[in-house]
Write a protein that binds this ligand. Structure first.
Ligand SMILES: Nc1ncnc2c1ncn2[C@@H]1O[C@H](COP(=O)(O)OP(=O)(O)O)[C@@H](O)[C@H]1O
Ligand SMILES: CC(C)(COP(=O)(O)O)[C@@H](O)C(=O)NCCC(=O)O
Length: 411
């Protein structure tokens, strides 16, 4: 089960360092947490002058400012199991990782940045449990801020996925905008991004990750999202989907560019098979469903990219789950409909865009001594690329809870 952090190395253990800047994204399906843990033993390079065990000073152009070295951590929980999340926060004392708002003397409030619908829905719960106030950031603002943050600072964040092959894409910061951001969470939002904080939500669809998981659960009786993905992995969609060849006697419909293997109608074979649901393999049902939903999102995304002349579509959200078949289907759909003109790109930290956006929003406010001024990589990843150093396997097999080594400038 994937609730909570599964540290992939001892360095990912937050209890080893002081935790700060907790940010939450409480969505329809999942709660995502991002937080920073300060490293206790700081290595200091030539440019840096050590000032304490945990804080170093670096020149910031206009003088010196303290820098905290540490790691960004990621964790997620099912929203329906919010108590597990609260326990995790309590156990790791993450609720102390917000900031104090000094209003009227003696009335200091502890504030945590939060986004997603649950930031509204669960305000009282967090207040009662921890006495903290959820400072709400708009979900679309956070998605865009999170995507821009990742694309500009994290090395090997974006990749294409074709025929089972993952290719990381170097992002040219001067040529990033405009792009279409498609966030596939419970539902789907499509956002045209023109710059930092410059965007418009141009479309959306209610057929998203929640639809796949909800319908999949009903149709296959599986117990978890992972099980549903696993089923889809082993299934064959042709058992249930009606293909062009099924309609055209095994032939292509060349005049309109459809091959015999193209799906003409998802689940269409169930019309004439005279079978009950029990007669189908759950694997085949899961496969057809995943294909139907991924195809549909890929197509709507392309149509929106076409509306605005956008060539790059970045896909985020936990629906993807780094799952090969999902990404392959979306890539094929975008490629098919755009006749190769547009590209589907995926993000390693796919489901954490909103939480990262909320995390970076601490910077906007200027609260006491914990302002995130700027986040920088601790050591260069490549000469040409400024970004975080990601600790974890870079061979494409991402551990979704891997932490990122980084530094935070504070006031
Ligand atoms: N462990 C999981 N439990 C439930 N859904 C999951 C899980 N992992 C991936 N998903 C998929 O991710 C979707 C939620 O994605 P997410 O980006 O977190 O959206 P939201 O903000 O709406 O929760 C789910 O609807 C489901 O399709
Ligand atoms: C309402 C939402 C923004 C909530 O975000 P989520 O929790 O699904 O990530 C999203 O579900 C959505 O964009 N739904 C599609 C609604 C529509 O445009 O039809």
């Amino acid at each position: 089960m994937d609730h909570g952090i599964q540290a992939n190395s001892s360095e990912s253990n937050p209890s080893q360092g002081h935790v700060s800047h907790l940010a939450l994204d409480i969505g329809g399906s999942l709660i995502k947490l991002v937080y920073f843990s300060r490293k206790n033993d700081v290595s200091v390079d030539n440019k840096e002058e050590k000032s304490s065990k945990e804080t170093v000073l670096v020149s910031n152009g206009d003088g010196k400012c303290p820098v905290l070295h540490g790691r960004l951590h990621f964790a997620k929980f099912e929203t329906s199991k919010i108590n597990d999340c609260l326990e995790f926060i309590q156990r790791n004392q993450l609720h102390l990782g917000g900031f104090q708002h000094h209003g009227v003397p003696g009335s200091e409030k502890s504030i945590i940045k939060a986004t997603g619908g649950g930031a509204y829905k669960y305000t009282d719960l967090f207040k009662e449990k921890f006495g903290i106030f959820l400072d709400k950031e708009d979900e679309m603002d956070c998605l865009v801020a999170g995507a821009n943050f990742l694309l500009k600072t994290v090395n090997e964040e974006a990749f294409t996925y074709t025929n089972g092959h993952k290719d990381f894409v170097q992002i040219d910061h001067d040529d990033l905008y405009p792009y279409l951001l498609v966030n596939i969470g419970s539902g789907v939002s499509m956002i045209k991004v023109d710059g930092d904080g410059k965007f418009e939500r141009v479309s959306g669809t209610n057929v998203g990750g929640g639809t796949f998981w909800g319908l999949g659960r009903l149709l296959t009786k599986c117990k978890s999202f992972d099980e549903l993905l696993e089923l889809s992995h082993r299934g064959n969609n042709r058992v249930i989907d009606m293909l062009v060849g099924d309609i055209y006697g095994g032939m292509d419909y060349t005049k309109i560019g459809l091959s015999s293997t193209t799906i003409a109608s998802s689940f269409g074979k169930a019309i004439s098979d005279n079978k009950e649901i029990e007669d189908y393999n759950p694997e085949d049902i899961a496969r057809s469903l995943l294909r139907m939903i991924s195809n549909n999102i890929g197509q709507i995304s392309y149509l929106n990219a076409l509306r605005f002349g956008l060539k790059r579509i970045f896909f985020g959200g936990f629906f993807m789950r780094g799952h090969a078949y999902t990404m392959d289907t979306i890539s094929v759909a975008v490629n098919f409909w755009s006749k190769g003109e547009a590209k589907a790109l995926f993000l390693r930290h796919e489901g954490f865009l909103g939480a990262l956006g909320a995390f970076t929003s601490y910077e906007k406010h200027g609260f006491d001594d914990s302002i995130v001024r700027q986040l920088v990589q601790k050591s260069p990843v490549s000469a040409s690329h400024a970004g975080y150093k990601i600790h974890g396997p870079l061979n494409g097999e991402r551990n979704e809870n891997e932490s990122i080594e980084c530094s935070v400038y504070v006031n």
